[in-house]
Design a protein around this ligand. Structure first.
Ligand SMILES: NC(=O)c1ccc[n+]([C@@H]2O[C@H](COP(=O)([O-])OP(=O)(O)OC[C@H]3O[C@@H](n4cnc5c(N)ncnc54)[C@H](OP(=O)(O)O)[C@@H]3O)[C@@H](O)[C@H]2O)c1
Ligand SMILES: [Zn+2]
Ligand SMILES: [Zn+2]
Length: 335
């Protein structure tokens, strides 16, 4: 099958048309017609080879919403015409201890959609059907994609950090991930404080459910929020003065990283040790929590706020993400 995609042919390059072919779906594979695809900051990290993992040409795009057009012989749970979403993960071994515990995202053999094949900046996507998730009818195709990476990452990250309800939750960065994190934390009954460099986002954050906003001034340390935080989730793709943020945690509080800073963490031990605080990272989410997240989003009307661009304007959309001008997730759609 011929696929028309958009690819970066070298590090940092603009996307260009790129055609390639995939074979008929085998066994558990399926082919999805891509109807919409979000632009996550990880697409930019991979286009730029920030993590040294990229192989060019890169067909990025891993917040896919679309329709099944073909399935392999072993696929019983999906059929032609079903609406599905696909996120960062392409497949896993489904047999190791992590996979059997429902943590396919932690599998040593897990494959990433855009590192181990072509992603969703294309008209069709070939993927393991066991990582294509049926979309609840309440969730519109145009906004579904961002839930499949950004949404699951913050939901799973907050849950893994111990989020329940009645807690003090801080979110650093109100971008694609951050604006969904505010909604999940707030709708599930927590008090939310956001830390943002963009003054215009303070009002939106309060509409999304934030109770307090700390504006971050360039080159200055953050001012302390009015209450100590049980969980502080960083969604920013850059390095901050993490030692200052640790001081905002309550005893037993957790600083959780889902955003990927551009330098190793340097942290003093005593503020952790004396208050039994923790630091953790969290990658995307396994299949069970993906299904849970989708139903929580449907139930609580947690919806990404999207700026829609036709696929032909992918480069303009990517530039706006780079410039932190998107409010709050860019989504490419077929025109
Ligand atoms: N752990 C995982 O599995 C996982 C999954 C998806 C994404 N990620 C990572 O999460 C991070 C955020 O992704 P995203 O898609 O939410 O990105 P995004 O939409 O670009 O949002 C990032 C936000 O971070 C803040 N920010 C502060 N300093 C910045 C800087 N120097 N450059 C850009 N943004 C800055 C901005 O918020 P304010 O304007 O509010 O300051 C910005 O809106 C990326 O590092 C991405 O790779 C990780
Ligand atoms: Zn992503
Ligand atoms: Zn496994």
């Amino acid at each position: 099958m011929q696929i028309q995609g958009l690819a970066a042919k070298k590090s940092g390059a603009k996307l260009e048309p790129y055609n390639f072919s995939v074979s008929q779906p085998q066994d558990y594979e399926c082919i999805i017609q891509v109807l919409a695809c979000g632009i996550c900051h990880s697409d930019i990290h991979i286009i730029d080879n920030d993590w040294g993992l990229s192989t060019y040409p890169v067909v990025a795009g891993h917040e896919v919403a679309g329709e099944i057009v073909e399935v392999g012989s072993q696929v019983k749970h999906l059929q032609k015409g079903d609406r599905v979403g696909v996120g960062w993960q392409r497949s896993s071994c489904l047999q190791c201890r992590d996979c059997l515990r429902g943590n396919e995202n932690l599998c040593n053999q897990n494959q990433a959609l855009i590192l181990n094949g072509a992603g969703g900046f294309a008209d069709y996507l070939a993927v393991d059907s066991r990582f294509a998730f049926p979309l609840p009818p309440e969730i519109d195709t145009k906004i579904a994609g961002p839930l499949l990476c950004g949404g699951i990452t913050v939901y799973s990250g907050l849950r893994s950090a111990g989020m329940s309800s009645g807690q003090e939750i801080g979110i650093i960065g109100v971008g694609g991930l951050g604006h969904m994190a505010v909604q999940f934390a707030s709708k599930l009954g927590n008090r939310v404080t956001v830390f943002t460099t963009s003054e215009d986002k303070a009002e939106l954050a309060s509409q999304l459910g934030a109770d307090e906003t700390v504006i971050l001034k360039k080159g200055e340390d953050p001012t302390a929020p009015s209450r100590e935080l049980d969980i502080l989730l960083s969604t920013v793709p850059t390095s901050l003065n993490w030692a200052a943020y640790i001081e905002f945690l309550a005893s037993d509080g957790t600083l959780a990283f889902v955003g990927v800073p551009d330098a190793p963490l340097t942290l003093p031990l005593f503020p952790l040790l004396l208050k039994r605080r923790r630091v953790m990272g969290s990658p995307i989410g396994g299949r069970a929590i993906m299904m849970e997240m989708l139903s929580v989003a449907a139930q609580h009307k947690i919806e990404p706020i999207v700026e829609v661009f036709p696929f032909e304007q992918a480069n303009e959309a990517i530039q706006k993400v780079r410039d932190n001008k998107i409010r709050y997730r860019a989504v490419l759609t077929v025109s």
